[in-house]
Design a protein around this ligand. Structure first.
Ligand SMILES: Nc1ncnc2c1ncn2[C@@H]1O[C@H](COP(=O)(O)OP(=O)(O)O)[C@@H](O)[C@H]1O
Ligand SMILES: O=C(COP(=O)(O)O)[C@H](O)[C@H](O)COP(=O)(O)O
Length: 290
């Protein structure tokens, strides 16, 4: 936790929607005049695509079939923790980009499957924004969660997460359904052991739930739309959350538990703005006073 240089960490599996949620944060930052430095979790992968393949072969040959991009040891988590700590202390840090596809290759000038060089953050930012796989990890080696001031989980129910991943990876990254299915299967062990535990650390979880049949996610022809879904929003600590205000502002919403509200999927952007804007304002104003 850092009062002076706050950190927001948005955590979700591959295909969960963390990049999509970043657009909502960017809108809030722009509207509120907040100068945020953004980093992506993929920047902290340990291997480029070719070396990851070689490492996977090595790990499998050694009998470690649980190894994947989700695993702690496939990522530079000590470096991520160090960057969070350094930013919290000084407002400085560094990041790079992992290039997934041709569009990103064009943008960053590095071929798909490679990293750009590390580069320092611009000085004078108001906060650090992280989105990715490991922004709330707590294990024997690192405690990334403790450095983040606001932690958000983006966690669709798993069939929907798979549909979102399959469609995104086919449309943008050139993979086949079979290849993505294979990746989902290979990552299951580390999904359970490295990804899921983070959602008990997060302050707010946004869980999209489809209200259309997704019983065979591998053949779904399109991603259920916002209007074909509900979103469960769960607050770890509901104290101070004005639920009656939220329910009155978000048409069609209701409370399902003392710490949870359910909203129509189409209202996700509005709900995020209503919930997150005052939290971000508070982080920034407290940092300016610190
Ligand atoms: N709330 C949503 N409603 C509809 N589609 C969504 C939603 N969130 C994400 N998606 C879609 O799911 C896919 C994966 O989302 P993305 O943000 O790229 O995931 P991540 O960055 O977590 O891997 C994208 O095609 C995106 O458009
Ligand atoms: O799992 C993720 C998370 O990213 P995202 O949330 O963007 O999916 C990896 O970055 C890619 O899958 C890399 O694998 P490759 O480059 O070999 O496909």
């Amino acid at each position: 936790m850092s009062k002076k240089h706050p950190i927001i960490s948005v955590v979700g599996s591959s295909g969960a929607g963390t990049s999509t949620v970043k657009h909502t944060f960017d809108q809030i930052f722009r509207r509120e005049g907040v100068n945020a430095v953004s980093i992506e979790g993929d920047a902290f992968h340990k291997f480029n695509r070719k070396d990851m393949k070689a490492e996977l072969d090595r790990q499998y040959a050694a009998g470690n079939t649980g190894f994947s991009h989700f695993s702690y040891d496939a990522n530079e988590l000590a470096e991520l923790e160090r960057v969070f700590r350094e930013y919290g202390d000084t407002g400085k840090g560094r990041t790079r980009h992992y290039v997934h596809d041709d569009e990103e290759a064009e943008k960053y000038g590095v071929p798909p499957g490679h990293f750009t060089e590390w580069a320092p953050f611009e000085d004078g930012s108001d906060l650090l924004f992280y989105e990715g796989l490991h922004g709330a990890v707590v294990n024997d080696e690192v405690n990334i969660a403790k450095y983040a001031d606001l932690k958000i989980g983006v966690v669709p129910v798993v069939n929907l997460e798979w549909i979102q991943k399959i469609h995104r990876d086919k449309a943008k990254r050139g993979y086949t359904t079979e290849a993505v299915t294979d990746v989902i299967l290979r990552r299951m062990h580390s999904y359970v052991h490295c990804i899921i535990p983070q959602f008990t650390e997060t302050d707010i979880n946004f869980q999209r739930v489809p209200v259309v049949d997704t019983s065979n996610p591998l053949v779904a022809r399109w991603i259920p739309t916002p209007d074909e879904s509900l979103v469960v929003i769960r607050f770890k600590n509901p104290r101070g959350i004005d639920f009656s205000y939220l329910v009155s502002m978000i048409d069609g919403s209701w409370m399902s538990r003392a710490n949870s509200i359910v909203i129509p999927g189409g209202k996700l952007d509005l709900a995020m703005q209503l919930i997150l804007t005052p939290m971000i304002e508070r982080l920034v104003s407290e940092s300016k006073r610190a």
